[in-house]
Design a protein. Structure first.
Length: 228
């Protein structure tokens, strides 16, 4: 093999190695896991929502019956059987609760924090992380319309909630998530209430009274003897 052939062979080998490196880099870029774009941490959002009042983190595990009840109330099944929430209080009085909710918007996930007041109404909704393109992320002003809402027919894009132009899937996903949180709070709240002792029903017969003790007959009085 001449020097020209050897140089040609080396150049082709270097080119092949370069193409291999480029291909590997492209594969890593395409198939590497996408990290969530965190906008604010849950702890920071909870601290701001309750003005720095102490909040206790709580984890609940839904069973089949609870999951079915939430799906019936909300109109969609829970996004997870593991429910993470924060319960805030001040001077012994409950201030409310905050629930973490993660779901898929289009093809990528987002996480939101739904804050409820002490009466169980929505106080605040905040996006914690959003992996979809920014043009699909609703603005905070749009989120304000959830304030004061409860779980009813008005909490819907076809009724009391305005959609987001160009981001219908985002507004639909958040509205459904808020409904699930309200339903979850109802179901978990019902499970936490102690069962009261059953009282007598109106249709049940009254218990029979014990038979009255018959009165004792009076003692016979002593008869006087007749005098002759």
């Amino acid at each position: 093999m001449g020097d020209g052939d050897r140089e040609s062979s080396l150049s082709y080998g270097a080119l092949g190695r370069a193409r291999g490196v480029i291909t590997a880099a492209l594969l890593v870029a395409v198939f590497a896991p996408v990290h969530a774009r965190v906008l604010v941490s849950p702890e920071e959002a909870v601290r701001e929502a309750f003005a720095g009042a102490p909040a206790v983190k709580r984890t609940d595990y839904l069973d089949e019956a609870q999951s079915a009840a939430i799906a019936k109330l909300a109109g969609s099944p829970p996004s997870s059987r593991i429910v993470i929430s924060y319960r805030a209080s001040k001077d012994g009085k409950p201030l409310g609760s905050a629930y973490l909710e993660t779901h898929v918007v289009r093809t990528l996930p987002e996480s939101i924090l739904v804050v409820l007041d002490a009466e169980g109404r929505v106080a605040r909704v905040e996006i914690l992380s959003f992996d979809e393109p920014d043009q699909y992320r609703p603005k905070p002003r749009w989120m304000d319309q959830f304030s004061g809402r409860k779980l009813d027919s008005e909490l819907s894009l076809t009724s009391g909630i305005r959609g987001v132009t160009g981001a219908t899937l985002s507004s639909r996903a958040i509205t459904a998530a808020v409904r699930r949180v309200l339903a979850t709070d109802q179901v978990l709240g019902a499970a936490a209430k102690p069962a009261s002792a059953p009282g007598p029903t109106s249709g049940a017969p009254a218990p029979a009274k014990p038979p009255a003790t018959p009165p004792h007959p009076p003692a016979p009085s002593a008869s006087k003897e007749a005098r002759p």
